[in-house]
Write a protein that binds this ligand. Structure first.
Ligand code: TA6
Length: 317
């Protein structure tokens, strides 16, 4: 079966047996927790200490950030409507539903399989007090032998009683790496970097590669020129520097995205930062670099009845 339920029905799994590619998505948060590309190599980091019982956001994989990135107070321009939201919003901390559309033959073939999950804010009683809009989220995940496509749609329902809906969104990819001190992120040169760990200081990225190199990094990047597309960003494992004698991991992961995801956040807590994160085990910081496409500087706005769509494709190379 290309689509099955796993982990006591808490997650859905897609399989492409011929290529040994697979993906697992927890309904809680619609969080992708495992992506194995061609040959079966895992590409995402998932903490051994991650809560998988719906008691907290899942540490690892691809948590979905919506409708605010970080704490509302991180944003000078945060609209009143997001003021009472939890860090990274509510999408990652609620159980989504499986859409019935994926039972069609279109959603699965020998080299492609998809599933769609949905979440409606009006069905989440505890969100109603902090989010005055009726929002319908749809998340389609498509697996092909060497890539994972994640499509997010945000609809501000016409039945909503609020005015324009302000929001941010981001795909918080925890990319598995053989050694984060050796890994580098390419494609950010010339972008303006906003450094959360240096009081949100701004500077231009001069180098062709950005390396966490063992120091905590928490930065959002975007081109300063209005309307300039972000382009693709890639994570390089720098395999020649790390212990991967069989070369099983390949060279890295390419992060492609729709042009409306203008920001790329790069995050690694390093050894110091990791100590404050209870669902990371000691040394986990060496196993991932987060490369996160999103729209997180300033707020997008949707009028009632409007839909916003964005997507990323991760490709192993
Ligand atoms: O994407 C980077 C970031 O916003 C960091 O500031 C860091 O806090 C990280 O996300 C993880 O956040 P979490 O709420 O999952 O601990």
């Amino acid at each position: 079966m290309p689509i099955s339920f796993v982990h006591d029905n808490a997650a859905v799994r897609l399989d492409l047996p011929a290529s040994k590619a697979s993906v697992e998505i927890y309904l809680y948060g619609a969080t992708v927790t495992s992506w194995r590309s061609n040959g079966g190599q895992e590409r995402l980091f998932l903490s051994e200490k991650a809560a998988l019982d719906g008691s907290a956001a899942i540490r690892g994989g691809i948590p979905l950030v919506f409708p605010v990135f970080g704490a509302p107070s991180d944003h000078k321009d945060a609209p009143k409507a997001v003021e009472h939201l939890a860090k990274h919003g509510f999408a990652r901390t609620h159980r989504w539903s499986l859409s019935s559309d994926d039972s069609t033959s279109e959603s699965s073939s020998e080299d492609r399989v998809s599933v769609t999950l949905t979440l409606r804010s009006s069905e989440l009683p505890e969100v109603a007090s902090s989010w005055p809009f009726e929002t319908a989220l749809e998340y389609k995940v498509t697996l092909t032998p060497n890539a994972l496509r994640c499509q997010l749609s945000v609809e501000h329902l016409s039945t909503s009683t609020g005015g324009e809906m302000p929001f941010q969104a981001l795909l918080h990819n925890y990319l598995l790496v053989p050694d984060s001190t050796k890994a580098s992120v390419h494609g950010l040169q010339g972008q303006t970097c906003m450094d959360k760990l240096r009081d949100f200081a701004r500077s231009e990225v001069q180098d062709a590669e950005v390396r966490p190199a063992g120091e905590a990094m928490d930065r959002a990047h975007r081109f300063a020129d209005e309307g300039r597309e972000p382009g693709d960003v890639s994570l390089h494992y720098n395999a020649s520097l790390v212990d991967d004698p069989l070369g099983r991991m390949g060279k890295g992961v390419e992060v492609k995205r729709s042009a409306n995801l203008l920001d790329t956040v790069v995050w690694n807590p390093a050894s110091e930062g990791e100590k404050g994160i209870k669902d990371l085990a000691s040394g986990d910081w060496k196993s991932f670099v987060c490369v996160e496409p999103g729209a997180v500087q300033g707020f997008l706005r949707l009028a009632k009845g409007q839909k916003w769509q964005a997507e990323q494709t991760l490709e192993a190379w």
